[in-house]
Design a protein around this ligand. Structure first.
Ligand SMILES: [Cu+2]
Length: 507
């Protein structure tokens, strides 16, 4: 129990104290009479947002040197380890807290060359301790009193193995010693095994349009797999068909939908599916609770047109949804929706990890944070950079674009907005039987809800998909709509009215 609490405290501390300056130390005294209690430094400067970050430029990720003292929140954040002092096997030791090192005695801290490494030290039993790495001239302050903590950081510029140890007389000899292992090369090059779970936003079937109702077979497979959450960061996703979101399903009103759902044999969990497009017990979930290796079939009538969420509905449902088990099904009205040039499929979700946002390595799901609705990540299509680095949306000036946008959640309502555009039509709350709203800036989309937005792109340039609750952009939530075409024209150009620079002129 205390270990859990400490882990949470450490996570909070690491967020509060995060400031990527070379080899610096912060302290939080936790016990009475702690010598360093007064050195605790609340850092108001850190709460100032960096405006440029809310609309990241395509290549903004190249900058993370950490030499600047400006505490800019970056997608490339420190590699964080937490060590708690304790006794094991009659020896004084450091115990790993959270992540790969959780519960390990004197864990080896694996980092990559050039990374900013942050080490949190928590006093687990009350004696005086510190952590020192001689070769990096890096050290924590001495933590005095049980639960006192200290944080320090350094940049791993030297490759090799370096001892960390407690410099209090006799403690190193008593067992308080471990290794920092600095591997050559950046982490992203070495972490290529993790699956790409991102659903390409252009991956959706074309319009149905005019046809009579029919029986439509849908095949879903529930797959659990380790996927890329961010550069150098992985997470165990639970998916429909190995991607987040699950496949975009497209039927027409009056169709009979025959759903074949199979749970992969190597799954750990049972899974199921609940279609918001269906009428009946659990939206189908009552008939589809399947153990690993099992299959089920459920059939429903698509009675109402609209854009609907589907998701896994196996308890704890929030856990299954946050892990990636959601998708959209479009039930077209008779004759289909108005034609557009391009359609896209985007869904928003949150992920709750023990480790703070930006930590490298394999993330652990945090059930307490899930229940208290404190996500570390906000994501479009399942991972950080999904729609900026790996799968941006592409279009050309003059085209009409439609985005089917849903929120898997499980908990947060989205204020969906495209920076630099205005939605010409919004099918509010996913209703296609009411006339669409026109000329809308931002659309509110609840968890388990969806919308359809259409707009004509009048002008080339980079547009940015966001949830206008923009703090979430700092936790991974952004997408690009890249439009080729002239970027300077009468609609918008730099300089005074009447001066239109030559097309595509360099700034
Ligand atoms: Cu599930």
């Amino acid at each position: 129990m205390p270990a859990r609490l400490l882990a949470i405290m450490a996570a909070l501390l690491s967020i509060m104290l995060w400031s990527p300056t070379l080899a610096q130390t912060h302290n939080h005294g936790a016990g009475a009479g702690t010598a360093q209690a007064d050195t605790a430094q609340p850092q108001p400067a850190q709460s100032e947002p960096a405006p440029a970050q809310t609309t990241p430029a395509p290549d903004a990720d190249a900058s993370s040197g950490g030499s600047s003292a400006a505490p800019v929140v970056s997608y490339h954040s420190p590699t964080i380890f937490t060590l708690r002092t304790g006794i094991a096997g009659g020896r004084m030791v450091y115990l790993g807290v959270g992540g790969d090192i959780d519960g390990e005695i004197n864990p080896t801290l694996m980092v990559h060359e050039g990374e900013l490494v942050q080490i949190n030290l928590i006093n687990g039993e009350g004696a005086e301790h510190d952590v020192v790495i001689d070769q990096y001239a890096a050290r924590s302050s001495i933590v005095v009193g049980k639960n006192a903590s200290s944080t320090f950081s350094f940049i791993a510029t030297k490759v090799g193995e370096f001892a960390y140890f407690c410099s209090i007389a006799g403690h190193r000899e008593a067992g308080m010693e471990g290794l920092v292992h600095v591997m050559p090369g950046p982490r992203s090059e070495m972490d290529t095994n993790a699956a790409d779970i991102v659903r390409d936003p252009a991956d959706l079937p074309g319009p149905i349009g005019q046809r009579a109702p029919q029986v439509v077979r849908v095949d879903l497979e529930t797959v659990e797999l380790t996927g890329r959450l961010d550069d150098g960061t992985t997470y165990v996703y639970w998916t429909f068909n190995s991607k987040v979101p699950g496949p975009f399903l497209r039927v027409r009103v009056g169709d009979t939908v025959e759903v074949h759902i199979k749970n992969a044999a190597d799954s750990v969990m049972p899974h199921s599916v609940d279609f918001h497009a269906a009428t009946g017990p659990g939206g189908g979930a009552d008939f589809t609770q399947i153990a690993p290796g099992e299959e089920a079939v459920v059939t429903f009538q698509a009675l109402k047109p609209g854009i609907f969420v589907y998701h896994c509905a196996t308890p704890s449902v929030a856990h299954h949804i946050t892990s990636g088990m959601y998708g959209l099904i479009l039930v077209e009205p008779e004759g289909g929706l108005p034609q557009v040039d391009r359609e896209f499929y985007v869904m928003q979700g949150e992920i709750y990890t023990v480790e703070p946002f930006g930590t490298k390595g394999e993330m652990e799901m945090d059930y307490d944070k899930l229940l208290s609705e404190q996500p570390e990540y906000f994501l479009f299509n399942g991972s950080v950079g999904a729609l900026t680095k790996t799968h941006p949306l592409y279009a050309s000036a003059g085209e009409t674009v439609r985005i089917y946008f849903g929120v898997g959640g499980p908990n947060f309502t989205s204020s969906f907005h495209v920076i630099g555009e205005i939605f010409d039509h919004v099918y509010t709350l996913g209703s296609v039987t009411s006339p669409p709203l026109t000329g809308v800036q931002t659309v509110t989309v609840p968890p388990g809800g969806a919308t359809i937005v259409d707009f004509k792109i009048d002008r080339g340039g980079h547009y940015v998909l966001v949830d206008h609750a923009l703090s979430r952009a700092e936790r991974g939530l952004a997408g690009y709509l890249i439009v080729d075409g002239p970027e300077n024209d009468e609609i918008m150009h730099s300089g005074p009215a009447g001066s239109i620079p030559a097309p595509d002129s360099a700034e």
